[in-house]
Design a protein around this ligand. Structure first.
Ligand SMILES: NC(=O)c1ccc[n+]([C@@H]2O[C@H](COP(=O)([O-])OP(=O)(O)OC[C@H]3O[C@@H](n4cnc5c(N)ncnc54)[C@H](OP(=O)(O)O)[C@@H]3O)[C@@H](O)[C@H]2O)c1
Length: 273
């Protein structure tokens, strides 16, 4: 049996040692004065359901779920918020009335909040997303609802096509094809791959990047600078990593659990240092 030893909130993933969520949540607990003891748990790849069942049978009240378990978390829930249902991917779980588990996805509101903070997004923006994994599933509905057009470029084209089929009813979304693209230049380019690798033939024609194009990397680990280096080569300085998204998605999980939205501005500053 998985023992949760007196903590009531946790992030579950594999690997998990890179996670900054315990630091963020301890700062939220301090800020709000709410008893919120939050740890990280490394889950063996075939033990997600067992670990989560044990956690919620013991002291567990809420959980964050990270790669590679967001899809399994979706099937683990008894009920879903609208955005989690549409995303078919869950990053936040909450035990309700000691009876059932509610699933939510706060990645999209987290990204949108940070893009707004940075002034990187406006309605009608054309956005290129590189990647088509679990994180992209979480952000597509909020970005499309905001009024943006989305193009997806992914190593495995069939995964990008699956997302287009899942989300086309919510707005303008397509697989990126440079031969048929009518875009003059992208307003925003988001890296949502877990491993950004430069290609010899580049990703997109340089002509699709203007001096106003913003670049956003969902990654924030110090050793992941490949995308930033590519942006600089494309001649662009409007760049941000994903620390802000991380802080905002965590704040919205905290809100689901405690009905208080903690402040994130100073937390982003602390994490950046
Ligand atoms: N800042 C935040 O709050 C936040 C939130 C969520 C996620 N993230 C970050 O976003 C990244 C993606 O997360 P995820 O959950 O979507 O992961 P995921 O489900 O594992 O998806 C990984 C994506 O990266 C692509 N990829 C992996 N290795 C590649 C390679 N060698 N070359 C080219 N493409 C490659 C995959 O392409 P294929 O389809 O071809 O396999 C897929 O599109 C992670 O690094 C994660 O830490 C950040």
């Amino acid at each position: 049996m998985f023992k949760c030893q007196n903590f009531n909130y946790a992030v579950f993933g594999n690997p998990i040692n890179h996670s900054k969520s315990p630091i963020i949540h301890s700062l939220f607990a301090k800020q709000t004065g709410i008893l919120h003891i939050y740890k990280s748990v490394n889950v063996p790849l075939d033990k997600f359901n067992v670990f989560l069942q044990d956690f919620f049978k013991q002291d567990g009240q809420g959980a964050n779920i990270t790669a590679p378990f967001k899809q399994e978390a979706y099937f683990f829930c008894d009920k879903l918020t609208k955005r989690a249902k549409i995303a078919q991917s869950v990053n936040t779980l909450k035990k309700i009335d000691n009876k059932y588990i509610l699933g939510d996805n706060t990645d999209g509101i987290g990204l949108l909040s940070d893009l707004t903070r940075l002034n990187f997004i406006k309605k009608n923006y054309s956005i290129l997303i590189i990647g088509a994994g679990g994180a992209v599933k979480g952000v597509l509905f909020p970005l499309l609802s905001f009024g943006c057009s989305i193009f997806i470029l992914n190593r495995t084209v069939s995964n990008a096509k699956k997302l287009v089929l899942q989300f086309y009813k919510y707005g303008n979304i397509d697989v990126f094809d440079e031969n048929s693209s009518k875009i003059k230049s992208f307003d925003l380019i988001i890296n949502a791959t877990s491993k950004f690798i430069e290609r010899k033939n580049n990703f997109i024609p340089v002509s699709l990047v203007s001096s106003k194009t913003c670049f956003y990397d969902m990654n924030y680990q110090k050793d992941k600078k490949m995308f930033m280096n590519w942006c600089l080569k494309m001649g662009n300085n409007l760049f941000s990593d994903g620390i802000g998204m991380l802080a905002f998605q965590a704040a919205h999980s905290f809100f689901l659990w405690h009905n208080i939205l903690p402040k994130t501005d100073y937390i982003i500053d602390i994490l950046k240092k």
